[in-house]
Design a protein around this ligand. Structure first.
Ligand SMILES: [Zn+2]
Length: 850
């Protein structure tokens, strides 16, 4: 059975459910094709309820029998659920249903992955397990019995009882159904324990497939660090006797915060130095922290409805970023986050898929797990903290936890605690939640008689369904530098609340250079005509590490745009500036490595389109290659010394210090390969004893058009390791020349290891195809066609992953008429596919409507 006709759901239509759920008992009799679920749910009618309709969600369920208070009933069944007459007051609803986990390829609800049973219920997967009011504002305690002949049988909460072929679990904390989880399989545990701040002992287990035991230690340490950090920084203590994490290969997302039983994509938890890169380790640490932090921001306090998704996600992303900044380098983390925000969120916010941080309508909620809800949602929390100050932020959070524990809340509840603590009126600030589009902040400067003035004007572009927006409350952090580079005014936060507003700084001896939007204090696009001299000055002197990096980025952008549009040669001031940063041994190597990164090709395409120039993907690619070559030549004398300085002799540790050195060393190797024909990279590849160095050398070789032998060797070495083979697939597509990208990707989809129904493997080839800008937008249009072919093939199997990947086409209106026509053909072809899922239908129609 496929989805019913798409229906749009609106925030303004929210009505509470007419009943409370007092408790839930579930019995699972596991069988691959016929799992039986017997539910016993105690309801009570809310005395003041407006809506007395008793409707339980349920999809793709075979109802065996239903009872109310022990009497068998014949409910009315629809494609989306069940209705029936119910008595006044308290009553017990029971149902027995049958489902087919082995054939559940959508990976929502209960499904199977390599013989293991696993669930994913957020957002609306529980309705594929049994009949239930599957909405986040219905919270209840759950008792679950799992019957099955597998060695490990897990569910949420604390273990109550277990024996041959069964286990029983009880979760004392009321939760919505989207946090339900069940896992059963032939798994082994990597175990440890944690003593909480009040002295309670918690058993910790990381369950993996036999053979993966050696990849658990880092994840476990990250979990303990997260638990401690949340106690120290937010005063949040863990609340169950056990905390279990399970790694699963088939998973649509990164990980899921089910109460007491987190389920992780194996790529987001398993790691060893031989098989995972420094980047993988850092990501794993951040995701473990993120899911753990949800225990308070998401689980104990949850969302009233799915429009409030940013309530849990924005806050939890903000918290995991704070954690990473604390345990690693704050400036490096901030720069990485901003690169990511500009690469993923800005295009979304400025294209057909733009939506507010709190959307006002959707057809399929799965399509709103977006960079806007997560990353811009986190930026909003960061701005709020900056505006109220650290002390008030801490007090507001304490009040939030005290006031709303056990509740399903809204953005209004969240902002109210800040208003109560600070007495500030946050109604204008709240526009960040409702107005889509990236604000543009234009900067004008003035100078006379020792007074420097800064005039800021804001403009929020129109987005689908939203025209003519109001000025927002934008915190702009500013510092001033004197002519010798000294800071003459420390960072202060200017509050831009009007369409146009001036700020002045007097008593200055000489005209200062302004460092504006320090730490990227707001997710905006700054429109500021800064001379190259001034940018070079900031690159040399800015005391704010973020803006110092930003000056380098702006110089790189300017030089690239001039190369693309005017055929200019690379600017010497950019090359000199980067060289002097690379030479500065006082700077953190990780920070210096970031200076080597150029703006992405897609970012440049967006900037050109912004300036009214149709981007030519080949010209953008060529400019990047030319500039990298020029950087290599310019830094030629420094590279050998820097490369040997970045060698790590100690035992491998994926910490900030070592990974920073490897990161800069890899950047240097990348440049060196452009000069020495690959001699050094071949040598480095041969002696690499960890994945970071092995992959860096292989990347450098492939990018220089070499390394075919090493590529083949890499495959035979790692053939048995699915996570490493994902990398092997991905790097070939992402590093292919524009002419070769589609051919390489096409060939890889015919490889016997291309198990396309596994989301990680599907994404390992088709993801980089869409990300390889010049290859994807090749004038022959073949990459568009290849991606569309695969999306159409995946849609009936896994709508959620298909729909997400449609966003590859979201920027199509930027390009020339020929490319637009080629893309339109593919979008219309996808849209015309019979029985296209609700998820993909919604995405394609939003993109086509651009
Ligand atoms: Zn989350």
């Amino acid at each position: 059975m496929r989805d019913a006709a798409p229906q749009t759901i609106y925030l303004k239509d929210y009505t509470p459910f007419g009943f409370d759920v007092l408790e839930v008992h579930l019995i699972f009799d596991l069988a691959p094709n016929a799992t039986r679920i017997t539910s016993r749910i105690r309801f009570t009618a809310k005395p003041d309820a407006e809506n007395r309709d008793f409707f339980l969600h349920g999809e793709q369920l075979k109802l065996i029998r239903a009872k109310i208070d022990g009497e068998e009933i014949t409910p009315t069944l629809t494609e989306t659920g069940l209705t029936c007459e119910v008595p006044e007051g308290d009553f017990t609803f029971e149902a027995e249903v049958e489902i087919d986990p082995a054939n559940n390829t959508a990976l929502e609800g209960l499904y199977m992955s390599n013989g293991m049973y696993c669930t994913q219920c957020e957002a609306e997967g529980f309705r594929k397990i049994t009949y239930y009011p599957d909405r986040p504002d219905v919270m209840s305690t759950f008792t679950v019995r799992v019957n099955g002949d597998l060695p490990v049988l897990l569910s949420n909460g604390n273990p109550v009882d277990q024996g041959e072929g069964f286990a029983e679990w009880h979760d004392p904390w009321p939760k919505p159904a989207y946090l339900f989880a069940l896992v059963a399989g032939d798994l082994v545990a990597h175990s440890d324990h944690f003593t909480t701040i009040s002295g309670r002992e918690v058993d910790l287990n990381l369950y993996v497939r036999p053979g993966d035991e050696g990849k658990c230690a880092f994840g476990m340490e990250a979990l303990k660090k997260s638990m401690k950090w949340d106690e120290d920084v937010y005063g949040r203590e863990y609340d169950l006797d056990v905390f279990n994490i399970v790694a699963v290969d088939d998973f649509n997302m990164g990980a899921m915060e089910n109460k007491g039983l987190n389920v992780f994509n194996s790529s987001a938890v398993l790691a060893s130095p031989e098989t995972a890169t420094d980047g993988n380790f850092e990501r794993i640490e951040a995701i473990i922290a993120h899911e753990y932090f949800h225990n308070w921001t998401g689980n104990r306090i949850t969302c009233r409805d799915w429009f409030q998704l940013c309530l849990k996600e924005g806050l939890t992303v903000f918290r995991d970023a704070q954690f990473t900044s604390d345990v690693r380098s704050a400036p490096v983390k901030r720069i990485g986050d901003v690169i990511d925000l500009r690469a993923r969120q800005f295009p979304e916010d400025n294209g057909p898929l733009a939506h507010p941080v709190r959307p006002e309508s959707f057809q399929e909620i799965n399509n709103f797990y977006t960079a806007t809800v997560y990353e811009k949602g986190a930026e909003v929390i960061g701005m709020l903290k900056r505006l109220v100050g650290d002390q008030a932020y801490a007090e507001a959070l304490d009040l939030y936890f005290a006031r709303h524990d056990g509740q399903a809340c809204t953005i209004e509840d969240w902002l109210k605690v800040f208003e109560d603590v600070t007495d500030r009126d946050l109604s204008q600030f709240k526009l960040w939640y409702s107005q889509a589009g990236t604000p543009r902040v234009k900067v004008e400067e003035g100078w006379s008689d020792g007074t420097y003035s800064l005039t800021l004007s804001q403009n929020i572009p129109d987005t689908p369904g939203q025209l003519g927006k109001q000025p927002m409350h934008i915190p702009v952090a500013v510092g001033l530098l004197g002519p010798n580079g000294d800071e003459v005014r420390e960072t202060q936060t200017l509050e831009l609340t009007e369409a146009r507003q001036s700020f002045s700084f007097d008593g200055l001896a000489a005209k200062p250079t302004a460092s504006i939007l320090r730490e990227f204090s707001a997710p905006v696009i700054l429109e500021h005509d800064v001379s190259r001299d001034e940018q070079a000055f900031l690159l040399a002197h800015d005391t704010d590490p973020f803006n110092r990096w930003s000056a380098a980025r702006d110089l790189a952008t300017q030089t690239l745009l001039a190369m693309i549009t005017e055929n200019a040669a690379p600017h010497a001031d950019y090359l000199d500036g980067v060289l002097s940063v690379l030479r500065d041994d006082d700077l953190d190597p990780a920070y210096r490595a970031l200076m080597l990164w150029l703006p992405t090709q897609s970012e440049l395409a967006g900037m050109l389109a912004d300036r009214g120039v149709t981007p030519d993907p080949m010209a953008i690619w060529t400019a990047g290659e030319t500039l990298r070559q020029a950087m290599a030549q310019h830094a030629q004398d420094l590279l050998p010394r820097l490369h040997s300085q970045m060698k790590v002799d100690a035992t491998y540790r994926p910490d900030a210090e070592q990974s920073g050195k490897r990161s800069l060393g890899s950047g240097v190797l990348f440049l060196t390969t452009r000069l020495d024909g690959g001699t050094l990279a071949k040598r480095e590849y041969a002696k690499a004893d960890n994945m970071t160095l092995q992959l860096a050398a292989l990347n450098a070789l492939l990018r220089a058009g070499q390394g075919q032998e090493e590529l083949a060797g890499f495959y035979s070495q790692w053939q048995a390791d699915r996570l490493v083979i994902d990398k092997w697939f991905g790097l070939q597509v992402s590093l292919a020349d524009p002419d070769q990208t589609c051919i390489v990707a096409q060939k890889l989809t015919e490889h016997p290891d291309f198990h396309w129904k596994t989301p990680n493997r599907f994404r390992s080839v088709l993801g980089p195809l869409a990300m390889n800008h010049a290859g994807f937008h090749h004038a022959d249009g073949k990459s568009y066609e290849l991606l569309a072919d695969w999306l159409m093939r995946l849609d009936p199997v896994n709508p959620q992953t298909t729909a997400r990947m449609c966003s590859a086409f979201q920027t199509w209106k930027r390009y020339d008429a020929d490319r637009q026509a080629l893309i339109r053909v593919q979008l219309e072809r996808i849209a015309a596919t019979p029985d296209l899922s609700r998820d993909t239908t919604e995405m394609i129609s939003r993109i086509l409507d651009a």
